[in-house]
Design a protein around this ligand. Structure first.
Ligand SMILES: Cc1ncc(COP(=O)(O)O)c(C=O)c1O
Length: 409
């Protein structure tokens, strides 16, 4: 354990991002929070921003504030594109939840090609897709009589690229995959999968919830067409903050938002009788946006822009490597096994361990001031948020995991 501790100290000493730790509220300094992959910590600047929204923008300026609020969904989308997602201006909008955004994109794609006599009949997903994604896809498949093909995840927690090759043919409408698995943190080669899908005239909707703000996504460079993702994990925008939706610019105008609310209506305040969609990405808006949450997304984007997504990815990988080293030295003999790829290039910013008593160990860890999360049936996920995590915390967490597990024998 001593070796890990001294290595952690020297890694912390050379950590260029350590200054960002002070940007976050930390009421209990000894708490080791390893759940930023589920709900990110509260940035201090978000408190000031939220106060300003309440006290000045709402309290004093009242309805006048809509002059700035009205474009927030698209201005935030552009900032997110630039600093986090590698998309172009006008391709991302911040609105609704990830679930609703997936529904809008999936239904729009299905409907777009239904007029075609040769309509495609299959959707491809992966076994580790987040439940909400599976529920949306399954329910739409049922409604439209489509077949859902599920790609299995192999023992290394990844999906072989051969399986994507086999699954995509001229009958696939779209695939829906998580760029980073919510279970294992395993990463899919987006460029390779996009190329396979587009090679047969199909498409892919990427769920970036665990990737956005944790790794370099590069939607443009990977030639991605559609994506969605949430902002309360590595973007630290807080519970229920609005999600994002991306459509590549050349595909936007052909798409129809199936939820036709007044925020996607052209000339919204003309209050026209008939619906006519806006042009551009804002056609994917629905109703009145969550203004508080939107401003907090802005705070999250600023922090990432200041740290840079490249530096965050590098530190997230280093934290993961350090944790895996600790697992090999201190935890392997206690019944834990690694449930994430060991190779950092195949991973995001969380590492999962499996253990037959994962549920009890997780609750013991929380009682001892180390907060990971449990995922059924036997996974403990350890999220390493590079903006505020230190290596010392990881080495302490390893020690507590060891002590707690031995104590339960
Ligand atoms: C990969 C992934 N997709 C979708 C969601 C759900 O998104 P929401 O509840 O914001 O609609 C989550 C939530 O954690 C998630 O991890």
């Amino acid at each position: 354990m001593g070796d890990l501790l001294s290595e952690a100290r020297s890694l912390d000493d050379s950590d260029q991002l350590s200054c960002f730790r002070d940007e976050f509220v930390s009421i209990e300094p000894d708490l080791i929070y390893l759940d930023g992959n589920s709900l990110g910590r509260l940035p201090k600047r978000s408190i000031e921003i939220a106060n300003d929204v309440i006290a000045r923008q709402w309290g004093v300026q009242l309805i006048e504030s809509w002059k700035t609020w009205i474009d927030l969904s698209t201005t935030l989308g552009d900032r997110l594109s630039q600093s986090v997602l590698g998309a172009k201006k006008g391709e991302v909008v911040v609105c609704d939840s990830t679930t609703i955004n997936l529904y809008k994109l999936a239904l729009s794609i299905i409907k777009e090609q239904r007029g075609d006599k040769e309509a495609r009949k299959k959707i491809v997903i992966e076994a580790d897709n987040f439940p909400t994604d599976r529920y949306i896809v399954d329910s739409l498949a049922q409604e439209f009589g489509l077949e859902v093909i599920t790609l299995p995840v192999d023992d290394s927690q990844t999906i072989s690229i051969d399986l994507f090759e086999e699954a995509f043919d001229e009958d696939v409408i779209f695939g829906c995959f998580s760029a980073l698995s919510y279970k294992s943190g395993a990463r899919i080669d987006m460029a390779a999968v996009n190329s396979i899908a587009q090679g047969v005239g199909s498409r892919v909707i990427w769920d970036l919830s665990h990737a956005g703000g944790a790794v370099v996504v590069d939607l443009e460079g990977t030639e991605s067409q559609y994506a969605i993702g949430c902002t309360y994990k590595y973007l630290n925008a807080g519970p229920g903050a609005p999600a994002y939706l991306y459509v590549r610019s050349d595909l936007i105008e052909a798409m129809e938002n199936p939820i036709k609310g007044w925020f996607s209506q052209d000339d919204q305040f003309e209050m026209a009788e008939k619906y006519s969609p806006k042009s551009g990405i804002s056609r994917f808006c629905t109703g009145t946006p969550n203004i508080f949450g939107s401003y907090l997304v802005g705070a999250g984007i600023d922090l990432i822009a200041e740290a840079t997504i490249e530096a965050l990815e590098a530190k997230g990988h280093a934290l993961g490597d350090f944790f895996i080293k600790g697992f090999e030295v201190e935890l392997k003999d206690l019944g834990f096994s690694l449930a994430s790829p060991k190779d950092q290039s195949l991973r995001g910013s969380h590492v999962s361990l499996s253990h037959p008593r994962a549920r009890q160990i997780t609750s013991e860890l929380i009682d001892h001031g180390v907060v990971p999360d449990f995922r059924t049936p036997s996974l403990i996920r350890f999220g390493f948020a590079p903006l505020y995590q230190s290596f010392i915390e990881i080495s302490r967490a390893i020690q507590v995991i060891r002590e707690v597990t031995i104590g339960m024998r």
